[in-house]
Design a binder for this molecule. Structure first.
Ligand code: BEZ
Length: 210
């Protein structure tokens, strides 16, 4: 069944390149990114896993654990890691789930039979500390993902989880934000005593809270 925003991310136990992992236990009360890629020893996936490894410090800085998945074996993941290190300059530094029987892929609806009957699509799930799903993305096999965008969304999710704001189009951390419409002007005055730019009654722009 499709996983929707606000659902609890399904728990599972699986073999990975870092041993057997039970998802909820592994992530505990952290944020997590679970992402699938179609297959080992494939070109776009090779660049993606290299990029995630390069971005690991950025995920760490946000308190986000990263875990990959494909329907190949741990042995394949390990053999392929050496190719990733050679070609991308860095080996995967996060666990990669081996899912040859497609248990996790089916649990997370990562196989879209009209796209490909056996391989996973490029799914991304951002999961909050309370295990609720906050973001889902689905990309086709032919398009590598932009992991800077995933970091950008995490910045927004973490900000908006703590403040009564939303983030506008193309926002990046440090840019102005929007006061959520649910907050009355009276309530907004308490939270934003320095005021805001009221472009419309429903469009109140304010500096990013720290
Ligand atoms: C790739 O990672 O390059 C890829 C994987 C499966 C199908 C097409 C491309």
């Amino acid at each position: 069944m499709a996983i929707r925003l606000g659902d609890t991310a399904p728990d599972f136990t699986a073999d990975t390149t870092e041993g057997t992992i039970t998802f909820h236990e592994w992530k505990r009360d952290s944020w997590a990114v679970l992402f699938s890629h179609p297959a080992d020893y494939t070109p776009v996936c090779t660049t993606e896993l290299g990029q995630v490894a390069k971005s690991k410090a950025d995920f760490d800085a946000r308190g986000v654990k990263v875990i990959g998945l494909s329907v190949d074996s741990v042995e394949d993941h390990q053999g392929w890691s050496a190719d990733i290190a050679d070609t991308q300059g860095i080996a995967p530094n996060f666990p990669m789930i081996a899912d040859p029987d497609r248990t996790v892929a089916e649990l997370y609806d990562m196989i879209h039979p009209n796209a490909d009957n056996t391989l996973t699509v490029r799914s991304v799930f951002v999961v909050a500390p309370d295990n609720t799903v906050k973001l889902t993305l689905t990309y086709p096999a032919s398009t590598g993902r932009n992991f800077d965008e995933i970091l950008r969304v995490i910045d927004s999710l973490q900000l908006t989880a703590n403040h009564k704001v939303a983030t506008p189009a193309n926002w990046t951390s440090g840019d102005n934000v929007i006061i959520v419409p649910a907050l009355s002007d009276e309530e907004a005055n308490e939270k934003f005593p320095n005021g805001w730019d009221e472009q419309r009654p429903y469009l109140r722009v304010v500096a990013q809270p720290s």
